[in-house]
Design a protein around this ligand. Structure first.
Ligand code: XIL
Length: 398
């Protein structure tokens, strides 16, 4: 009955409005509060097209003109069962990267987050820069607020990231430390942070984006320069020593499919595991674009070989960016792509979490990072479900 009502409503709306409209209003209700820094693009643009066209059509949210207020008595086009419930029933998590500001100040954001997601990860608050702005001076306020919200709402908390070549404090990056001093800085940061969040953060990205952009070897970061290639194992061992119960992840971008960077990642992980380095899982970031890679077969093969190493897999930073404002057709293609990614995780026993890099399109890093692109998430600028949401729902339910 509800579906029939929505269908009638859509038909009436279409006949009143004339030709189909684009899927989002042209001006967002408010600007993102966390202006992204300029970073390298995280996906190689040359990858092959991904998704075979199929006939499946996901329900569509037809937006009303921005001047018409949303009537509060109209049922929202959400499914009755949340994504969180569906994911938990399958023994996996569906998560979102969370910014402290909207979580504390925007009730639509926080309600959507608490209802639809079973896990959250700090989008920025647990990176070295915000956490240790001066040497020896730690600021846990943002991270603590996130952890409190996760606890109140029965969500798992994931930590990102103990080490990165970006968003590190200037003193750490440009300190001209000797190898011994740099090791001490790294070990102290990791020990202090993981000890503070012991029992609260169940999994940490220990290292992030350590493979170089071209995928041929290790990134020439300040950590590589000051310590040498063993900084990676030093970081993992420090995390294991301080919090033996936390799951420890190696997180990387552009290594979701087969070939190139993914080969380097596989070889590096195999080598580290052979040496006994305590790595529990691999995070595949998956900042994707709707006509980019990976294709389904490569994605599944790569996950399988990582699973065969004994690793847990998390899809850690999923978003699928589009030219914005997007057409209905493109939103439907995005939904197909989401369906493929989530289905691949659901079908792989080692894959235990799918995490979106944001809650809704109005708080996404994409527009600040990729000119002309946006709308990469499951909920739109007004927090309404997109075809991608219904696709993820179907993928978790099947
Ligand atoms: C991004 C955040 O989303 C932005 O708010 C911030 O300005 C820059 O960092 N890969 C990562 C994430 O591992 O930490 C990045 O997050 C996105 C790319």
């Amino acid at each position: 009955m509800r579906k029939l009502g929505i269908l009638l409503f859509v038909v009436l709306l279409l006949s009143a409005c004339g030709p189909a409209q684009t899927a989002v209003p042209t001006s967002p209700p408010e600007a993102p509060t966390n202006a992204p820094v300029v970073a390298e693009p995280t996906v190689e643009p040359t990858q092959a097209p991904t998704v075979e066209p199929t006939k499946k059509v996901y329900p569509t949210w037809t937006p009303r003109p921005t001047s018409t207020p949303f009537p509060t008595n109209e049922p929202l086009p959400f499914e009755e069962t949340s994504l969180a419930e569906l994911a938990r029933a399958r023994g996996i998590d569906i998560g979102a990267a969370v910014s402290v500001d909207p979580m504390l100040r925007d009730s639509q954001y926080s309600e959507l987050l608490a209802r639809e997601f079973s896990l959250m990860v700090a989008e920025n608050a647990l990176k070295p820069g915000p956490l240790q702005p001066q040497q020896g001076v730690f600021d846990f306020s943002g991270g603590d607020a996130l952890v409190a919200f996760a606890e109140e709402n029965g969500m798992r908390m994931r930590g990102h990231t103990l080490l990165w070549h970006q968003q590190s404090p200037a003193w750490m990056e440009k300190g001209n430390f000797s190898r011994e001093e740099a090791i001490q800085v790294l070990e102290e940061h990791i020990a202090t942070v993981t000890t503070h969040y012991k029992g609260k953060v169940y999994a940490w990205d220990v290292v992030n984006e350590v493979i170089d952009q071209g995928g041929n070897g290790l990134r020439d970061s300040f950590w590589l320069q000051s310590i040498g290639p063993d900084y990676i194992e030093i970081a993992f061992r420090a995390a294991r020593a301080a919090d033996p119960d936390a799951l420890l992840f190696f997180n990387e971008y552009g290594a979701e499919g087969m070939g190139g960077k993914s080969e380097t990642q596989y070889a590096l992980l195999k080598d580290l595991l052979d040496k006994g380095v305590p790595i529990d899982g691999v995070g595949l970031q998956a900042h994707l674009q709707y006509q980019g890679g990976p294709n389904q077969m490569d994605f599944e093969r790569n996950m399988q070989r990582l699973a065969d190493l004994g690793l847990i897999i998390h899809i850690t930073e999923l978003d699928i960016r589009l030219p914005s404002p997007a057409t209905q057709k493109v939103l439907d293609e995005q939904a197909e792509f989401y369906h493929m990614v989530v289905t691949a995780c659901v079908n792989q026993p080692a894959c235990k979490a799918v995490i979106l890099w944001g809650v809704s399109d109005n708080y996404s890093w994409i527009p600040g990072q990729y000119r002309g692109m946006g709308e990469g998430l499951l909920f739109d600028l007004l927090y309404k479900p997109k075809p991608a949401y219904h696709a993820v729902y179907e993928a978790l339910k099947q």
